[in-house]
Ligand binder design. Structure first.
Ligand SMILES: C[S@@+](CC[C@H](N)C(=O)[O-])C[C@H]1O[C@@H](n2cnc3c(N)ncnc32)[C@H](O)[C@@H]1O
Length: 239
C-alpha cells in the first residue's frame, strides 16, 4: 500500500471543514461536466476521492466510472452511489478489465503529485488504451516545480474567505502542518512536473496535448492539460 493512498484513506485534514470539502467537490464536478461533450458520454474519474457531487456528473453523461485506490473511500463511494444506475465504483486495478476504446472522457485531477513517475506513466498508457479515438484525457492540478507552497496557502485562504470559512482554513492549515500530511510529505514527497515535462510525458504515452489556460479546481497556480490520441500522417492511431 502506498503512503499517500493510506493518508487519503485516513481521517485526514486536507479539507479544513465540511464547507471546504463540499465546495471543492462541487467545483470539481462542475469542471468535469464542462469537459463532457455529449449526454451519451462514458466518463472515467481516475482517483476520484470522495466525489461528493458525482451524481451531478452522472446526470450529464451516460455512465460514470469512479475509480479510487483507497479502500475505505471506495466503500463510502459504493454506499453513497450504489442506487445510481449510471455510476460504477472500481478499484484502479480493475480498470485493466475495461474494454479498449470504451471511454469518451477520462479525468485525473490532483492525483499525479501522489504517484511515482512510473505509476503516472503507466496510468497514462492505460488511459490511452481505454480512450476512444475521439476521447479526451484531462490531467489537472499539476504542481509546477517552479511554484512553491505559498500560492497553495494563499489560494486556500482566498477561497475560504470567499466561501465564508476563513477561520476554519486558518485552523486547518495549522492542523495539517502538525498532522500525518507533513510526515508523509517529508517521507515520500510530492511529484512536480513543468509544462514541458507534462507535454513530453503525455507525448511518450501516445497523446497530443495542450495546457489549458485555466486549471480545474480553485488553484490557479497549478496546471491542467487536455490530451487526445496522437494520430500518424495516414490517419491511423500512431500507437
Ligand atoms: C487530493 S485527492 C484528489 C481526489 C479527486 N480527484 C479530487 O480532485 O478531488 C488525491 C487522490 O489520489 C489518490 N492517490 C494517492 N496516491 C495514489 C497513487 N499512488 N496512485 C493512484 N492514486 C493515488 C488518493 O486515494 C486520492 O483519491
Amino acid at each position: 500500500m502506498n503512503d499517500w493512498i493510506d493518508y487519503y484513506d485516513s481521517t485526514h485534514t486536507i479539507y479544513v471543514s465540511r464547507a471546504h470539502r463540499d465546495e471543492h467537490f462541487r467545483l470539481i464536478a462542475d469542471n468535469i461536466i464542462g469537459f463532457i461533450s455529449s449526454p451519451g458520454a462514458v466518463v472515467l474519474d481516475y482517483a476520484c476521492g470522495e466525489a461528493l457531487f458525482a451524481a451531478k456528473v452522472a446526470d450529464a453523461c451516460n455512465k460514470l466510472i469512479l475509480a479510487e485506490p483507497a479502500p475505505g473511500v471506495r466503500g463510502r463511494l459504493v454506499a453513497r452511489f450504489s442506487p445510481n444506475i449510471k455510476i460504477r465504483v472500481r478499484a484502479l486495478d480493475e480498470l485493466k478489465y475495461l474494454d479498449a476504446g470504451s471511454i469518451d472522457l477520462a479525468v485525473m485531477i490532483s492525483v499525479a503529485q501522489y504517484m511515482t513517475p512510473k505509476e503516472f506513466g503507466d496510468a497514462l498508457v492505460m488511459m490511452k488504451r481505454l480512450l476512444k479515438p475521439t476521447g479526451r484525457l484531462v490531467v489537472g492540478d499539476i504542481l509546477d516545480p517552479n511554484v512553491g507552497t505559498l500560492p497553495d496557502v494563499m489560494t486556500l485562504l482566498r477561497f475560504a474567505s470567499a466561501q465564508g470559512f476563513l477561520k476554519d482554513a486558518l485552523i486547518g492549515l495549522i492542523r495539517t502542518a502538525l498532522s500525518d500530511y507533513r510526515t508523509v510529505r517529508q517521507k515520500v514527497g510530492l511529484q512536480r512536473y513543468s509544462e514541458h515535462d507534462m507535454l513530453a510525458l503525455l507525448s511518450a504515452a501516445g497523446f497530443v496535448a495542450t495546457r489549458s489556460q485555466v486549471n480545474v479546481g480553485h488553484n490557479p497556480s497549478r496546471m491542467t492539460f487536455v490530451a487526445r490520441h496522437a494520430f500518424d500522417r495516414m490517419g491511423d492511431l500512431a500507437r
